[in-house]
Each structure stands twice: as C-alpha cells, then as structure tokens.
Design a binder for this molecule. Structure first.
Ligand SMILES: Cc1cc2nc3c(=O)[nH]c(=O)nc-3n(C[C@H](O)[C@H](O)[C@H](O)COP(=O)(O)OP(=O)(O)OC[C@H]3O[C@@H](n4cnc5c(N)ncnc54)[C@H](O)[C@@H]3O)c2cc1C
Ligand code: SF4
Length: 598
C-alpha cells in the first residue's frame, strides 16, 4: 500500500561542460540539506551521489513498512547466499571482513537486525567496499539519501554542555560555536522536517519545536514516574518524524502503523524523515538542482594557479568511466568517514597531504558513541493485561544524560543516555520461554507486553591518536584506495560502560521492575553508526580543518558539511545537529558567494 500519489520530480539533464555554482558530494542528511538551502537561495547546484536512485515506488517496495513476517517467504530474512556480519566476526577477525567469505554478498551487522531482506539493496556489499586496520563495525548505505533511508530517527539537540565541554571539564576542545548560534537553525530544521516529542525544559537536552509526541505505554509511564523521584527524566522518543504533517507533497504524517519499531527500515509513507522526500525532491522542484546518481567521487580537483577547488573527479559507478564536474564551490557531504577519505585522496602539489589538510588533522580526532550495556526487565503488573500496538510507533522512550552535569563521577568524564521501549512486539520476548501446547501459548500471550528494556549510548572522547588514513595497498571495486582504521575505545569509554550497567539496574530496581538480564558487554567500535570528528571545526588552523561555518581554513571555496566537522560527540544522536549546522553554513556560503568572496 502507498499513500503517496505524487510522482517525484523529473531529473534535469546533467551537463558536465557547464560550471555549476556548487557541486555537492553525497545525498544523505548533510548533502540533502545543502541542496535544499542552496537551491532555495537560487544557486545552480549539481548533486553527485555514488549510489543508485530508487524511484518513490521502488523505495516503498523495498521498505515494505506494512509487511507482516508471515507475508514474507523467509519472515524477512536474506535470500540464500547473503550474509550479515555478527558481533563475533567483528570481534575475532580483522577487516576486511568479507575477504575470503564463501557468501556471494556480505553486509554489515544491520543486515542481521531482524529484517535483513529490507536492507539488502540499501547497505553496501562489503565485498565491493572493503576497509582495513583495527576492528570496526562500519555501516554504510550507498543510494540516494544514504543512511537516512533506514535511520532510527532519534532526533536530539546538543547543548552547551557539549559545545563547551572543555570549559565544563577541561578535556579536548570547545566548539567554535555555542548553543545560541545553532538554536535558530535547529528551529528551522524542526519546522521544515517535523519532529515529535515532549518538552522537558532540560538545560542539557534542549527542547525542539515539537509536534504531537509518541505515546508512552503504561510500563514506560511507571518508569518515568519512578525516575522523576531519582531526579532523572524519561521522555517520549524524540523522533525525526512528522506526526502532525509538514508542507511537503512527498510526505505524509505518521499514522502509527507498520513495523517502524521492529527492524532497521524506513517509513514507506515518509512520515519519518529521509533525505530524498524531505530535502532533495523539494530542491529539484526549485529547478535549481541537477542530480547525478551512480557517481563515485574520488578527488576534489584543484586549480593549479590559485590552489582553490575547481570541481570533482568521479567515475560512473556502473560503467567505471572517468568524468569531471566543474563548480565554483565544492561541498563535501559523503558522511564522516567517506568525506575524510575524499579529502585524503585529493592530493596535489598545492595540497600534498590531501586537500584542506595543512593541519594534519584530517582523519584524526575521530569520535562516536559507545554502546552495548543495557537491561531487560519484567513489569509484573502488566502480565495478562490487554495488548497494545507498540511496533506501530516511531520509538519508545529516551532517558537523557544524568552523569557529570552537576556531579563529578570518579571514573569517567562526560555522559550517556538510554534508548528504550516496552510493550507488545511482533516477536515477543515471551516466545523464548520453554514449553509447548496451550499452556505455552497462554504464557506467550500473557507475558507478551510485559517486558521493558533499554540500552545506553555514551560519548566517546575525541583523541588525535584515533584516526583513519588511506591503505597503501587495498582498493575498492572502483580501484580507489580504501580507509585504514587506527582506532579503539579508551579507558574513559570502558569505565563509562561499566557505569551504564550499574545505573540501568539501579533505575529498574527503584521502579519495581524485575530485572531479567543486564548486558555488560561493550559492542565493537563503530556499532553506534554515529561516526564524527574527522575534519573538526575550530578557530586555530593549526589544530582544526574547518572554521565555524564548516569552510576549509586552507581552501575558501571548499566546505565539509557533515559530522566530520563535529568537535566532540556528545552522547546525543547527531543527525539533527548535522542538518542544523549545515543549514547555518550554507546560509553563510550563500552570503559569501553573493559578495564574490569565494
Ligand atoms: C540503522 C541506522 C540507525 C540510525 N539511527 C539514528 C538515530 O536514531 N539518530 C541519529 O541521529 N542518527 C542515526 N543514524 C545515523 C544517521 O543515519 C546519520 O547520522 C546520517 O545519515 C548522516 O548523514 P550524512 O549525510 O553524513 O551521511 P549518509 O546519510 O550516509 O549519506 C552520505 C551519502 O554520501 C554518499 N557517498 C559516500 N561516498 C561517496 C563518494 N565517494 N562519492 C559520492 N557519494 C558518496 C553515500 O552513498 C550516501 O548516500 C542511524 C543510521 C543507521 C544506518
Ligand atoms: S509508525 Fe509512523 S513513522 Fe513509523 S512506519 Fe508507521 S507511519 Fe511511518
């Protein structure tokens, strides 16, 4: 079923003899937002995306948000010959993980996350896209819209506890902006794309301009009330989902249906934000955006006389033919790790260490979120109660950071938050119980909605020695050198993870929830899919790559508008901040462009 009746805009003819005002690399949250803001400002923009384009009916057929497991021949699983990497494979082996695999196609762990058939054409095949170095669970989506097609939608703001982290606890660097600088742009993103949530007035998790919140169920309300007594907050999932609707003919408002909460997969009525329907199609409707998919970019081209960027070198992803696009401004938005790779690949006599890399910081100061510890409990009062629809909502709840705000923890700095949920799921945990027959069925039904669980996401500190560079030998299927990881969690992350398990247990016990299991194991580096920091912003060109407008210190017509610019990771999910920052930078870019300063 589809409720979207509107055809997407027709592609404009790609004219590679022409010099565009701006060329954007990548069409995810960052590239899509750059396309939206710049085309509204009247710039003529070329958007290059390495992956393929699904038409609207094609992507809806891929996502199948309303499909029940029994409607699928393998209950949502991959076809034979496909394999999703497991935690053990990431832990025991070293990348490239698909090397020597007997499977025809190998995907990241997200492919094994309860519904792999829905992401097999969205995730990259690790056989074509290897990487090397230290262990890392790298999740990539190469298609129009990138990872926004399947993101989890938790949409949070950062605060001055994040932007001014060094001032607060002395570690790392402050960002060159404060909350007041970005707040108006968070407001613009909220209004343009829609976000659901509930106001809590917390200084460390600022409220958005919320639409109707996701409803908490009884067990979640019970936990919220008990946590309030501990001075902690449980708030409805702040979802990058329009619940009341936005002015956008390609999107519908959330109807609380489907399998939103049961697998990685998008929303086939596009109530959940995705870059194509939220940003790119409306940008195409301005007549100012030309889109070229299947365009794998491998070099920012440089003018020999001025050292400025003059365009992009790319190969057609299907024919492998080498091509060039010319533009007055180059905007890199290929996602944190791919953007760093592209900058490092762009070596020239003017920029021998890679473009924009006179500081030597490109690829360094990598940061993200550490996850793994979490808890599952049983809310006994809910056993045998009538059932509720808890899969058909964009999320459950969020417990914001409560550590190292006014207190000082002995073992670690910074903090973590919990994502969680309770209620009836399509695959109820109670089905794991032993037994058979009528008694077993009754048990499964009675206990189906009585479980509650939550898992933590903690801030990983940026460290110069955590970095990625280019592998001198290994290349991808297009002959482009791949990234090599030099990265591992440090002591702060490990101590923080120990505390996550302790505090989770403490909260459930306080709420009178029977603890069924506590996870203490830390998941592999990269698992959070929140990679950040490889081209950080700053005021000092010696220790940072970009200024506060995500503009290269070295090359004034080069901008890097994704999470690579983030100075620290915060523990809040990054996508809403990526888009707010990008909006701010592109307005600045537009001003400078008009003044002839680029
Ligand atoms: C399962 C899942 C759950 C998530 N949950 C959340 C969440 O709850 N909250 C949150 O904030 N974030 C979440 N994220 C992360 C979120 O998706 C990313 O932060 C966001 O998509 C980043 O946007 P981006 O534009 O930087 O990168 P992407 O969305 O990855 O887009 C980058 C684009 O660039 C293209 N590209 C890459 N290299 C090249 C090249 N050389 N040439 C041309 N194009 C190129 C890619 O194909 C891709 O389309 C989740 C991600 C996943 C996969
Ligand atoms: S619950 Fe809402 S956001 Fe999720 S798939 Fe359904 S309509 Fe889309």
């Amino acid at each position: 079923m589809t409720l979207i009746k509107v055809a997407p805009p027709l592609d404009q003819e790609v004219d590679l003899t022409k010099t565009y005002d701006a060329v954007i690399v990548g069409s995810g949250a960052a590239g899509g937002m750059a396309a939206h803001v710049l085309t509204e400002l009247g710039l003529k923009v070329l958007l290059l995306e390495a992956g393929k384009k699904f038409s609207l009916p094609e992507i809806n057929a891929e996502l199948r948000s309303m499909q029940w497991p029994y409607d699928h021949p393998r209950r949502g699983d991959f076809p034979p010959g496909n394999h999703a990497l497991s935690f053990n494979e990431y832990q025991i082996r070293k990348p490239p993980y698909a090397k020597g695999s007997a499977f025809r196609h190998v995907y990241s762990y997200v492919g094994g996350w309860g519904g792999s058939d829905y992401v097999k054409n969205i995730l990259v095949d690790e056989k074509e896209h290897p990487y090397t170095g230290t262990k890392y669970a790298w999740v990539r989506a190469r298609l129009l819209g990138g990872k926004t097609n399947i993101w989890g939608r938790l949409a949070l703001r950062l605060s001055d506890y994040d932007f001014k982290g060094k001032t607060h606890d002395g570690y790392g660097e402050d960002w060159p902006i404060s909350y007041a600088d970005i707040a108006p742009y968070y407001d613009k993103v909220d209004t343009y794309l829609g976000i659901s949530g509930h106001k809590e007035n917390l200084p460390h998790l600022p409220d958005s301009l919320f639409q109707r919140p996701v409803k908490l169920n009884i067990a979640e309300v019970q936990l919220r009330q008990k946590l309030a007594g501990m001075g902690r907050v449980l708030t409805p999932y702040r979802a990058g989902v329009t619940t009341d609707g936005v002015k956008n003919k390609y999107r519908n408002h959330c109807m609380g249906r489907g399998a939103c909460n049961r697998r990685p997969g998008g929303c086939d009525i596009h109530a959940a934000f995705d870059s194509p329907t939220g940003l790119i199609y409306p940008a195409m409707d301005t007549g100012n955006l030309t889109l070229r998919t299947n365009s794998t970019c491998h070099e920012v081209l440089v003018d020999k006389n001025t050292g400025k960027a003059r365009g992009i070198g790319f190969v057609d992803s299907v024919t492998k033919k080498s091509l060039e696009a010319k533009a007055k401004v180059v905007i890199v938005a290929a996602s944190t790790l791919e953007s760093a790779r592209l900058l490092l690949l762009s070596k020239s006599p003017q920029h021998p260490n890679g473009i924009g890399n006179s500081s030597g910081h490109v690829g360094h100061n990598f940061c993200e979120h550490v996850m793994g510890p979490g808890i599952t409990g049983l809310v006994k009062e809910q056993v045998g109660k009538s059932h509720t629809l808890d899969d058909g909502r964009p999320g459950g709840f969020y417990v914001p950071r409560f550590r190292n705000l006014t207190d000082k923890q002995p073992g670690f700095i910074r903090g973590y938050g919990f994502e969680g949920g309770s209620g009836d799921e399509i695959f109820p945990s109670s089905a794991d119980a032993p037994g058979f027959g009528a008694a077993y069925k009754k048990h499964v039904r009675d206990y189906a909605g009585a479980y509650i669980s939550m898992g933590a996401f903690g801030e990983v500190l940026p460290r110069y020695e955590n970095y990625m560079d280019l592998d001198p030998v290994v290349k991808d299927a297009w002959g482009i050198p791949v990234l090599r990881f030099h990265y591992e969690f440090g002591d702060n992350e490990k101590k923080m993870a120990e505390d996550m398990a302790v505090s989770a247990k403490e909260m459930f016990e306080e709420a009178g929830i029977e603890v069924i299991g506590v996870d203490r194991e830390v998941l592999t580096e990269g698992w959070s899919i929140h990679e950040l920091g490889t081209a950080r912003m700053g005021s000092d060109p010696k220790t940072s790559v970009l200024n506060q407008f995500q503009q290269s210190h070295d090359v004034k017509n080069l901008f890097v508008v994704d999470g690579s610019s983030h100075v620290s990771a915060s523990c809040q999910n990054p996508t809403w901040t990526i888009m707010a920052l990008c909006w701010r930078s592109c307005e600045h870019l537009g001003d400078e462009f008009r003044k002839g300063n680029l």
